[in-house]
Write a protein of this length. Structure first.
Lengths: 179, 805
């Protein structure tokens, strides 16, 4: 997970050398915020029709549940309208997450990485504000340690790994263009 | 005795109004409430009726009543007569035929009506106007189109618009941009005259998302300056305010304005069309204005040249073009020989005169610093010697008093000239090169390497290749004016002006009256006599030459430009006698006579715009120039201003009619002025000759404007251009028949006009007052008449031949 994060930051650092008068926007997904999963993203325009973004979210014991998770999601977007951060877009997103969930009697503890496709639409609100609606679906590779809270005799967890098709994200995001 | 005076007094009292207005009559005015719903017209009692002897005053008062709720009209100042209507809605007033009435209803706008020679007037007030209505919102759909409109033209200036260009609801989008790119072409030959600035309107989405583009900087977008600051919304009708001023244009040509209208989204231009904004037909409201601009006589004492026995020096700077590397003049450059000949003529004034002579001449040649000092020095010297030999060949006596010298200009001189041309950055760079390199060859090499060296080579270095020619002369005796005149009559050299000295020119300008002779002398004086600063030509010569041109019905406004100082624009007294640092006189600037002559010349070529600018800035605020400024206001389109209108209208009846016909103030009921103008043209035979083509043209224009009820008709019949012999005027209103219809032959006066003078045909064909249907119908009738006329001519010829046989 740490290696993955390091790769992401290296990629951003390389890109940073190309920064000139790029447009930078910060955003937050309102749906995730309502679900008590704070998240923050940053998006950078890289061309007439392209942009790259990086979102991070995490949560500890939301709604009183024994859940802790942290994730990062870099994304590359292609804007069909010809103007970045305006109207239809399609994106290629990556996901890296680490989670520790106690759900009922089950304990789920592990990492996952994945790649997915995003489809969305950005509504123009004003020169600085946009509202984005999007959904994302993709494939993840997970490593999972599974156990039970009722297992009093052993701390051993069943280890599994595999692939799954999952929805990455579904969101309504408010985006503020800084410059 | 007392009874006689009393009777006289009574007569004057009753005849007073009639004496002032000989045709004043009792006019019966009926005011009725017009209920369009119920089709009734009920008399309105107690209505306030103001009477006016003059339409202009009526319009002024009506406007004030409409716009100022606190306005209380005063007797004499704001109206001439006042009555209120009786129970029958009737009142009577003594008014002249050119008068008007204004009826003020209890609520709503005042209604104005011309008398126009009628004895009975009926004024209808809309029933709805008298009641207060609750607020009602109505939505109406109307078919609108972007049609070309005629522009207003004043001399060599044409104003297109401003008017709104419609963007229809099916075109507007908030994520698109639309624009109009106008192009102006000459109607006569199709040449492109100019590509005008674009007019852009963006959707809000389009404009604000532009800033999200990679690397976008609004400052670098050339279209930003032309963008409207309002946005278009999707499916909402919008407009682009379009306006253009074409100046200066050729007064003999007409200009059409087409435009490309395009729509573009983020990717591409998805729609593009060509629209015609102006077909080239112009409204010229001041075409027939009779204006008289103040011509100030010049104070000749200001420019006096005194003859005296004197030893004087004079200098000429010649820019001669020598062949490269040689000491010979370039034969291809005719300016060389012109300069040389002019120099010889100037020398001849003194060298060939019995009473004068030249006692010293110095020829100094200067070369530019490029190409090496030693070579340039030698070449320069050779060239001075060449010039010296040229002069010596013409005047052998002067050989002994001539000296030649030469020098090479330095690169510092190049820097100095760059500074004079305000190219400070370049000048500083050259100075740095000079300061850091003492060797002139290194200086030259580095300066040649500068990116703008080509500009220096073309524009700066030639100015350093000059020859200064100084000569010292004397005059022994001053001739008297009579002697000068005698010489003028007998000596061809004096007659042509080539031998005259400045004071002799001055004497002759006072004595010669014949314009052709004055013109010859003035041209010579302009070439040879300088102003007090020894730089500008003599202003008196320019003024006199200008007057001669005007008498020949031609003009040259550029004559006067050197004598204007625009830095004194707007001062209380722009006129000034300039002095140098040492107190020496440098001549007059903004002399009122020269400025007013300049204005006249500008108006002669139709440049009223510039003339107005000169009058406003360079003439003092003096009652002497009041009328000139008012005329110029009219000629520049400010005829709606009441002061301008009434002042100029008072100068002549023709001007009154022209001004009244031109009124187009959107806040005024202009029709009262137009009807008044038409009434005067048709009824005032004292001031207007009914056979005058100008009068007929104006009648045709006004009748088409007022009487042709259907301007959108697809076709006009020939009847409109033939005399309506079946029309029977009613007693109440001579302009209408008993059924209330006006005469239908509103095009007939134009036929009459063009028959009298065919030049007016061209005016009509390009006049924006008339539409395409009018022109088509007119030409049909005109060609028929021409065909009949030619046939008649042929028949007459045949008859004559038969008789001869």
């Amino acid at each position: 997970m740490k290696r993955f994060l390091l790769l992401i930051f290296l990629f951003m650092a390389l890109g940073a050398s190309q920064l000139r008068a790029q447009l930078i926007a910060v955003k937050t997904d309102a749906l995730w915020d309502c679900a008590m999963v704070p998240n923050l993203g940053i998006e950078l325009v890289t061309g007439e029709r392209t942009s790259v973004g990086l979102s991070a979210f995490g949560s500890k014991n939301p709604w009183g549940k024994d859940i802790s998770l942290v994730a990062v999601m870099p994304e590359f977007r292609y804007w069909f309208s010809g103007r970045p951060m305006n109207k239809h877009f399609v994106g290629l997103a990556a996901l890296g997450t680490n989670y520790d969930i106690v759900w009922g009697k089950k304990i789920l503890n592990g990492d996952a990485v994945g790649l997915g496709l995003t489809f969305g639409y950005s509504f123009f609100l004003s020169s600085h504000w946009s509202l984005e609606c999007y959904g994302s679906f993709g494939a993840v590779y997970y490593k999972l340690d599974r156990g039970y809270t009722t297992d009093l005799y052993s701390n051993a967890m069943m280890q599994t790994h595999g692939y799954a098709l999952v929805p990455f994200k579904l969101g309504v995001s408010f985006s503020y263009i800084i410059k | 005795m007392k009874r006689r005076y009393f009777l006289l007094f009574i007569m004057l009292l009753f005849c007073g109004v009639e004496y002032v207005f000989p045709q004043a009559k009792i006019i019966e005015i009926t005011v009725k409430m017009n209920d369009k719903k119920n089709f009734t017209k009920d008399p309105l009692s107690g209505a306030e009726v103001f009477g006016f002897y003059d339409v202009s005053k009526a319009a002024r008062t009506a406007k004030r009543l409409k716009t100022d709720v606190t306005f209380v009209p005063r007797d004499g100042e704001d109206f001439d007569e006042f009555q209120t209507t009786d129970a029958e809605g009737v009142c009577e007033m003594l008014l002249p035929p050119i008068g008007a009435v204004v009826v003020r209803p209890a609520m709503g706008d005042p209604v104005i009506k011309n008398v126009d020679g009628k004895l009975k007037l009926e004024v209808l007030i809309d029933a709805d106007v008298g009641k207060s209505l609750k607020e009602v919102t109505t939505t109406a759909k109307k078919l609108r189109m972007n049609k070309p409109r005629p522009s207003r033209r004043f001399g060599n200036r044409k104003t297109v618009g401003p008017w709104p260009f419609i963007i229809f609801p099916n075109q507007t989008r908030d994520d698109a941009r639309t624009g109009l790119a106008p192009i102006v072409t000459v109607l006569e030959d199709g040449d492109t005259f100019m590509i005008a600035r674009p007019f852009i309107k963006d959707g809000k989405n389009y404009q604000q998302t532009q800033k999200r583009r990679m690397g976008y900087d609004e400052k670098n977008d050339p279209l930003t300056a032309y963008r409207s600051d309002k946005f278009m919304q999707t499916r909402e009708e919008d407009t682009i305010m379009f306006g253009l001023m074409l100046y200066p244009i050729d007064v003999k040509k007409h200009y059409r304005v087409n435009a490309t209208q395009w729509f573009e989204n983020y990717h591409t231009v998805y729609s593009s069309d060509s629209v015609c904004l102006d077909e080239g037909y112009d409204l010229e409201p001041m075409r027939f204005l009779e204006y008289d601009l103040m011509q100030m006589p010049i104070n000749m004492d200001r420019y006096k040249r005194k003859g005296r026995r004197e030893m004087m020096q004079d200098k000429r700077e010649l820019n001669l073009n020598f062949m490269v590397g040689k000491a010979e003049l370039d034969p291809a450059d005719s300016l060389n020989f012109l300069q040389l000949n002019q120099l010889k003529e100037d020398l001849a004034r003194y060298a060939d005169d019995d009473e004068a002579g030249i006692y010293g001449i110095e020829v100094h040649g200067q070369a530019s610093p490029d190409g090496g000092i030693a070579i340039n020095q030698r070449l320069c010297h050779q060239r001075s010697e060449y010039l010296k030999s040229e002069i010596a060949a013409a005047f052998p006596k002067l050989r002994s008093v001539m000296k030649a010298s030469a020098s090479v200009a330095g690169w510092e001189d190049v820097a100095r000239l760059l500074e004079e041309d305000s190219l400070m950055d370049y000048a500083n760079e050259v100075k740095e090169i000079i300061a850091s390199n003492k060797n002139t060859q290194v200086q030259e090499r580095k300066i040649r390497a500068l990116p703008y060296y080509d500009m220096i080579k073309e524009k700066i270095l030639p100015r350093l290749r000059v020859v200064d020619f100084s000569f010292s002369y004397f005059t022994n005796r001053v001739r008297t004016p009579e002697e000068v005149y005698e010489k003028y009559l007998t000596d061809p050299g004096y007659r042509s002006g080539k031998k005259l000295k400045p004071y002799e020119f001055y004497y002759l300008f006072r004595m010669i009256k014949e314009p052709a002779e004055l013109e010859v002398l003035a041209k010579e004086a302009l070439k040879s006599v300088k102003d007090d600063d020894n730089r500008k030509p003599w202003p008196l010569a320019a003024y006199i030459l200008g007057q001669c041109y005007l008498q020949r019905d031609t003009s040259d406004a550029k004559l006067f430009e050197p004598y204007l100082d625009w830095s004194r624009a707007g001062m209380a007294t722009p006129e000034l006698q300039k002095k140098g640092f040492g107190g020496n006189l440098l001549g007059w600037v903004n002399d009122e006579a020269i400025v007013s002559s300049y204005i006249t010349h500008l108006c002669k070529v139709g440049d009223y715009y510039m003339a107005d600018s000169v009058a406003v800035n360079l003439l003092p605020d003096d009652p002497r120039f009041y009328m000139t400024k008012r005329f110029l206001d009219c000629l520049n389109g400010m005829y709606n201003d009441p002061e301008v209108r009434d002042t100029v209208a008072a100068t002549s009846m023709m001007n009154k009619v022209v001004l009244y016909a031109a009124q187009d103030d959107p806040d005024t009921d202009n029709e009262v002025f137009h009807r008044q103008a038409l009434y005067l043209l048709q009824n005032d035979t004292v001031h207007f000759n009914p056979e005058d083509p100008k009068v007929l043209y104006m009648i045709a224009t006004l009748r088409f404007r007022l009487d042709a009820e259907n301007k959108t008709a697809k076709v006009y019949t020939e009847d409109h251009f033939q005399f309506d012999e079946f029309f029977e005027p009613s007693l109440e209103d001579p302009t209408r028949d008993t059924w209330g219809y006006p005469r239908q032959d509103w095009g007939y006066p134009m036929i009459q006009c063009c028959q009298k003078d065919e030049r007016f045909l061209k005016y009509m064909l390009y006049d924006g007052e008339f539409n395409e249907q009018y022109r088509t119908a007119f030409m049909k009738v005109w060609k028929k008449l021409k065909g009949e006329k030619d046939k008649d001519k042929e028949d007459n010829l045949k008859t004559d031949e038969t008789i001869l046989q």
